[in-house]
Design a protein around this ligand. Structure first.
Ligand code: GDP
Ligand code: MG
Length: 162
């Protein structure tokens, strides 16, 4: 069976953009406003030496409305079925309270998590990485989903974990 990798994070951090880049599709809708992805979306990543099923999810928020609740349920299902979680954060916005609560939730799950810092075009890798040090996760992968920075390295790291 193919390994399953799930994209998790706050809304608007670029999960769907990364999904589309990795699956070489445009199946996930990308929007410059939060909360567009509501359901789980499945795709195939089919690179040499790196084949897996990728799940895109809606963002996790602290909000308590029905939509936020629905997105949380979908994320929960994705996390439960995944072999590896890609926890995506926004390197421009910096670490948020939501990032911290998602990190602690993932830590409780005990799943294998790779922190992916997106939107880092033009930023210094070590400086962005240091900003998210407090999340207590392993060395993050610094990427730009729109520009393609760090994507082949990301694939290498995924394949070493699945
Ligand atoms: P999601 O809600 O996490 O799925 O985020 P989306 O993929 O819908 O992207 C949210 C916004 O961030 C869109 O306007 C994207 O074009 C933008 N975005 C995604 N990746 C990058 C990136 O690497 N750099 C920049 N500057 N913007 C990005
Ligand atoms: Mg999305």
């Amino acid at each position: 069976m193919k390994p399953v990798v799930a994209l998790v994070g706050s809304p608007n951090v670029g999960k769907s953009t990364l999904f589309n880049r990795l699956t070489r599709t445009r199946n996930a809708l990308v929007a410059d406003y939060a909360g567009l992805t509501r359901d789980r979306i499945y795709g195939n990543v089919d690179e040499e030496n790196c084949r897996f099923i990728l799940i895109d999810t809606g963002g996790l928020t602290e909000q308590t409305d029905n939509m936020a609740e629905l997105m949380r349920k979908q994320a929960r299902l994705a996390i439960d079925s995944a072999d590896l979680i890609l926890f995506v954060v926004d390197g421009r916005a910096g670490m948020s309270a939501a990032d911290q609560s998602i990190a602690s939730m993932l830590r409780q799950d005990g799943k294998d998590v790779l922190l992916v810092i997106n939107k880092t075009e033009g930023e210094h890798r070590d400086i962005v990485a240091a900003e998210f040090f407090a999340l207590g996760l392993d060395t993050p992968q610094v990427i730009s989903a729109t520009q393609g920075r760090g994507i082949s390295e990301l694939l290498q790291r995924i394949s070493s974990k699945i």
